[in-house]
Design a protein. Structure first.
Lengths: 218, 298
């Protein structure tokens, strides 16, 4: 059985939970005391991941760290459709580019959230500024995609790039970053939230929850 | 002409602490986290606070000036897994929770989470059953079972505490240890305006109640560190499983709380009529108003 070392409030762990749910893949979770115990920095966990970060995925003898790497693995191994991590060269290049963005620039939004929710001693003003800069880049990109009739980050259909970028954008309010100025991002978030198998996580606002499926599809 | 100062700021500057806010007991840290050589520098009701544990284990809490000068020593009480203090002179000692003496219970300290709203908003939301199906969907409530059956909210004259009783609610996963949906009995105790404890049917022991408590520490009028504990009969769940279950619930509330306006709790009955049949909110606000609470209210 796939085993996910998990923390419920981690957006990076949620990337993996979300994708496993979309794939309909069974797995078990091992809750790791990220807060307040900081178990992910203790020797026992460092044996699993010397970087001291969540998530970690174990599948048989394979142990993987880094949410983006885990998404690549899960799509390659368990996605029968081959659409989530397409093997056509240009498409794969685009997916990889936005996976890096998810693990890089967008993590400033994650850090702002750690500051606001769990009191991490970060310079939150500078983090929010960087996150907004990343949001502008994503918003512009999504607007251009829409002009091509492409609804998703890396092409005409959803890929693991959408899964990787989704959580910390959708959770930005937790870190004091409103999204009023990013209309293309809002439309894209809504599309992700209506994917079959979608699950949410605590802190995510879904204003249209309770609407009928027809209304949600608008 | 004098410079115009924003209204929020003048309110803050001119506001002396009202006795009802000042004379409560507040948690400033969990006992396990206040360790020797690991002081807690924090704020309480807008004042800088320093909590320290000596090598012999004694806790000292001091109020500081904004530039770090030590002003005065404050009362320090260690109880229920927490370090408590007050800026005033409470008439009563820290409230009693006899459940902490009961055998077989497990205490889970859930960690501090920061919420940008007033302590009154946090307690009022904690007392509100009607948000369960919409905010804690498929955990503490589910559609279409959204009806709140009649319950009682009443000030107990002898103890001076607010009690909300006779609550029942259908919950898909009432506690971390719950194996399925159940009709759950609830009651709430508010021993002082900014502390609240709920009692709910325990999945781990028949006819017994599990406790979940929240102790908001107002750093400023509309910023709180919220300390949260569970005291449960549960031989099944891992400590970490229980902790993360509760933190998940908490973050669902946090995003709702931070979007409520105004952030201060309105006490004027005409200012914001709760749209739902909200007996506990009405009683809670009336109680705060009668006590003369001014900190964190509008």
């Amino acid at each position: 059985m796939i085993r996910l070392y998990d923390y419920i409030l981690s957006g990076s762990c949620y990337k993996v939970r979300l994708f496993l749910s979309i794939l309909g893949q069974d797995y078990e979770t091992v809750p790791v005391g990220f807060y307040p115990a900081k178990e992910h920095k203790k020797p026992e966990f460092l044996k699993l991941n010397p970087l001291g970060q969540l998530p970690v995925l174990q599948d048989g003898n394979l142990v993987l760290r880094d949410a983006q790497a885990i998404l690549v693995y899960l799509a390659s191994k368990y996605d029968q459709s081959g659409l989530w991590y397409p093997d056509e060269a240009a498409a794969r290049g685009r997916v990889s580019m936005w996976l890096s963005f998810a693990g890089g620039e967008l993590m400033t939004a994650s850090a702002a959230r750690l500051h606001d929710v769990l009191n991490y001693p970060f310079d939150v003003a500078s983090l929010r500024k960087s996150a907004r800069k990343a949001f502008v880049i994503l918003d512009d990109h999504l607007a251009e995609q829409e002009l091509l009739d492409w609804d998703w980050i890396a092409g005409p259909g959803p890929t693991i790039a959408d899964i990787a970028c989704f959580p910390y954008v959708a959770l930005s309010n937790d870190g004091g970053i409103a999204r009023d100025e990013y209309p293309a991002i809002e439309r894209w978030l809504r599309r992700v939230m209506t994917l079959p198998g979608f699950i949410d996580m605590p802190g995510m606002l879904m204003p249209w929850r309770g609407e009928s499926p027809e209304e949600q599809a608008v | 002409m004098s410079q115009k100062i924003p209204k929020e700021e003048t309110q803050h500057m001119s506001k002396e602490l009202d006795p009802a806010s000042r004379d409560q007991w507040y948690v400033i840290e969990s006992s396990e986290d206040l360790r020797t050589n690991k002081p807690r520098r924090t704020r309480l009701l807008g004042r800088p606070i320093l909590g320290e544990r000596s090598t012999s284990g004694t806790v000292t809490i001091r109020e500081q000036s904004e530039d770090g000068k030590l002003l005065r020593e404050l009362p320090a009480v260690e109880r229920y897994g927490y370090v408590w203090t007050t800026l005033g002179s409470p008439e009563k000692p820290l409230f009693d929770m006899p459940e902490f003496e009961e055998d077989g219970r497990r205490l889970v300290i859930c960690g501090v989470l920061t919420v940008r709203t007033s302590p009154g908003r946090i307690v009022e939301n904690f007392l509100d059953l009607s948000h369960f199906p919409f905010v804690h969907t498929d955990i503490l409530g589910a559609e279409p079972m959204t009806e709140v059956t009649p319950y009682k909210a009443k000030l107990d004259e002898s103890s001076g505490e607010l009690w909300v009783t006779d609550c029942g609610f259908y919950q898909p996963q009432a506690m971390a240890a719950s194996s399925g949906a159940a009709e759950v009995d609830y009651r709430y105790r508010v021993p002082q305006p900014y502390s609240a404890v709920l009692y709910k049917s325990s999945p781990g022991k028949a006819d017994a109640f599990d406790l979940i408590g929240i102790f908001p520490q107002p750093l400023e009028e509309t910023v709180c560190d919220v300390h949260c504990f569970m005291l449960v009969y549960d031989d099944v769940s891992s400590h970490e499983g229980m902790l993360q279950w509760q933190q998940g619930i908490f973050l669902q509330d946090r995003i709702i709380l931070e979007n409520q306006r105004p952030a201060r709790l309105p006490l004027n009955p005409r200012a914001e009529l709760p749209s739902r049949a909200d007996t506990s909110a009405i009683q809670y606000r009336r109680w705060l108003k009668n006590l003369g609470v001014q900190y964190g209210v509008a």
